[in-house]
Design a protein around this ligand. Structure first.
Ligand code: 4AD
Ligand code: MG
Length: 476
C-alpha cells in the first residue's frame, strides 16, 4: 500500500482538494451497498461526522471486503471527490484498503443504534466509539480548554494542589483513606489502636475532597489562582448527580468580597457556555436528538435554547432566608416536597430546583446560609447565625457551584473549627494564613461533571465522565 500522510476526517470533510489522493484511517460505522458498489461510513473521532468511502466491489473482491463490518478499523487511500449526496462536501473513492483490525459481528457489542445508556455503562471501555459518547468526550475536552482560557485571560495562575492529604477540607468525613498498612494485620500502638506513625506518611492520610485549603495558601501569595483536578468523596449517594471521583475547578481570589465572587462565578459559567456554542455546535446538535433515545424520554428541552437562555439572563441573587420564605409559601400553597422546609434545613435538590425551575425560571445564586449547615472556613456574618456562603443553582442540575467568602480573622476561624470538630492540629498551616498578612478573600468550586451535564444535556452524571466511580462500581 502506498504511504500517504494521514488526513483527519474533520479536515477531509472540509477539503476542496478534489482529485488528489488522500489517506484516512478510522473505525467503520456501517458498510452497505450493492454487488457493484459499497459505501463505508468511516469515523476517526476527530468529528461527529463520518466520511463516506465509495468502494468498487469488483476491484477489491467481495471476499476481501467481508471483514469490513461495524467496528472494524481500516486504512484507506483514495481519490477525494465532490460528494453527490446531500449534506456532505467530500467523499473518497477507495483505491487501496488495508484492514487493521476486524470486529466479529457475533461478539462486537455495538452493532446497532439505540443501545440504552445503562447497557453502554457496562461497556464503558467501548462506549467512546458510539456517536453520543464521542460527542460527550469531545465537549468535555473543549470545556476544559475553555476553563483554562477563561482564567488565564484574567491573570489567574493554575495551581496544583495535592491529591493525598491529611486534612478534611469540607469537614464532612467523606474521605477515602490512603494507606500501605496491611489491612489484615495493621501495626498497632500499645493501646491497640492502629499505629499510623508506621504508615507510609507517618500519619493518617486520605484522598482530597477539595483543593481549597491549599488554594487559599496560594491566593495569599499569587493573588488569584485556580485549581482543576480530581476530588474524591465517599458519600454513599446513588444519585444522577453524584460521583465518588469527580473533577473540580476552584478559583480563589485575594481581596474579593462575596459580591465579586458571585460575579466571577456568573462570568465563568457564561464564558464556558458561550465557548460550547462557538466550538461544539455539531456535537451539541447531535446530542440534542440522541439523548432522547438514550434516556427514552422524548420530552427533553432544546439544548441550544437552554444554553442561550442562561447566556441571555442575569442570575438571580437572593439570600437563603428569602429562599426559604419562597419555599414555605409554596408548601402553604399545596406544593409537596419529600423533605421538610424550615429555616436551618439543608436544601435538597428538589428545593433548589423548585426555586430555579418553578419560581424564578432562571439560575439563582443563594447566599448567607445558616452556619450550622456550612463549612468551618466560611466568613461569619454579624448576625451570628449565617455565613457568607454562595451556591449557584441551575435548572436540571441543582447546585453547580458552592463557594464563599472566607473567614479571615484568626480567632473566629479557630473557634469555628473547634466548634465543628475540625482538628486544629491538622490545619495549623492553614490557620497560619490568618496569622501572617491575612486578607479578605473568596473562592468557589465548580463541579466539572455538573457543568457537563448542563452542556451535553445528558441526564446522568455517569454519562459525562469516561470511567465513572460510584458505590459498587470501579470497573475499567
Ligand atoms: O459545595 P462543595 O462541597 O464545595 C467545596 O468543595 C468547596 N471547597 C469549594 C470552594 O469553595 N473552593 O463542592 C463544590 C461543587 C458542588 O457545587 C458540585 O458542583 C460539585 O462540586 N460536587 C460534586 N460533583 C459530583 N459528585 C459529587 N459527589 C460532588 N460533590 C460536589
Ligand atoms: Mg456544596
Amino acid at each position: 500500500m502506498e504511504t500517504i500522510s494521514r488526513t483527519k476526517i474533520v479536515d477531509v470533510l472540509q477539503s476542496e482538494a478534489f482529485g488528489t489522493t488522500v489517506n484516512v484511517k478510522g473505525w467503520v460505522r456501517t458498510r452497505r451497498g450493492s454487488k457493484q458498489v459499497n459505501f463505508i461510513a468511516l469515523n476517526d473521532g476527530s468529528t461527529i461526522n463520518n466520511v463516506q468511502i465509495v468502494v468498487d466491489v469488483d476491484k477489491f473482491g467481495e471476499e476481501y471486503l467481508k471483514p469490513i463490518t461495524t467496528g472494524a478499523c481500516i486504512n484507506v487511500n483514495g481519490l477525494l471527490v465532490q460528494s453527490q449526496g446531500q449534506g456532505q462536501n467530500a467523499e473518497i473513492q477507495a483505491t487501496e484498503i488495508e484492514i487493521y483490525g476486524t470486529a466479529d459481528p457475533a461478539t462486537y457489542p455495538l452493532q446497532k443504534k439505540g443501545h440504552s445508556v445503562e447497557f453502554l455503562r457496562e461497556i464503558a471501555h467501548l462506549r467512546p466509539r458510539t456517536n453520543a459518547f464521542s460527542a460527550v468526550f469531545r465537549i468535555r475536552h473543549h470545556m476544559a480548554i475553555a476553563i483554562h482560557k477563561f482564567f488565564h485571560e484574567r491573570g489567574f495562575f493554575y495551581f496544583h494542589t495535592p491529591i493525598i492529604t491529611g486534612s478534611d477540607c469540607e469537614g464532612a468525613g467523606q474521605m477515602f483513606q490512603v494507606t500501605t498498612l496491611n489491612p489484615n494485620n495493621p501495626a498497632r500502638t500499645e493501646d491497640g489502636d492502629i499505629d499510623y506513625a508506621q504508615d507510609f506518611f507517618g500519619k493518617e492520610t486520605s484522598l482530597t475532597v477539595s483543593g481549597q485549603l491549599e488554594g487559599e495558601l496560594a491566593a495569599m501569595a499569587l493573588g488569584a489562582i485556580y485549581t482543576f483536578g480530581p476530588t474524591f468523596r465517599a458519600e454513599n449517594s446513588n444519585t444522577p448527580r453524584h460521583l465518588a471521583e469527580f473533577w473540580m475547578i476552584e478559583p480563589e481570589v485575594a481581596f474579593n468580597e462575596i459580591t465579586e465572587n458571585m460575579q466571577l462565578a456568573e462570568d465563568f459559567i457564561k464564558y464556558c457556555l458561550q465557548w460550547a456554542l462557538d466550538n461544539c455546535m455539531d456535537d451539541i446538535q447531535f446530542l440534542n436528538g440522541a439523548r432522547k433515545h438514550l434516556y427514552k424520554n422524548e420530552d427533553m428541552d432544546d439544548l441550544v435554547e437552554r444554553l442561550r437562555f442562561v447566556l441571555d439572563n442575569e442570575f438571580i441573587r437572593l439570600t437563603y432566608t428569602a429562599g426559604i420564605e419562597i419555599l414555605e409559601k409554596a408548601v402553604a400553597d399545596g406544593h409537596k416536597f419529600e423533605f421538610p422546609v424550615y429555616w436551618g434545613a439543608d436544601l435538597a435538590s428538589e428545593h433548589e430546583r423548585y426555586l430555579v425551575e418553578n419560581h424564578f425560571k432562571c439560575p439563582v445564586i443563594l447566599t448567607d446560609y445558616p452556619k450550622e449547615i456550612k463549612s468551618f472556613y466560611m466568613k461569619q456574618n454579624d448576625d451570628g447565625k449565617t455565613v457568607r456562603a454562595m451556591d449557584v443553582l441551575f435548572p436540571k442540575i441543582g447546585e453547580i457551584i458552592g463557594g464563599s467568602q472566607r473567614e479571615e480573622d484568626f480567632d473566629k476561624l479557630q473557634r469555628r473549627a473547634d466548634e465543628m470538630g475540625v482538628p486544629v492540629k491538622d490545619i495549623w498551616w492553614y490557620l497560619d494564613t490568618r496569622r501572617f498578612g491575612t486578607a479578605p478573600h473568596s473562592g468557589f468550586g465548580l463541579g466539572f461533571e455538573r457543568l457537563l451535564l448542563f452542556v451535553t444535556g445528558m441526564a446522568n452524571i455517569r454519562d459525562v465522565i469516561p470511567f465513572p466511580r460510584t458505590p459498587n462500581n470501579a470497573e475499567f
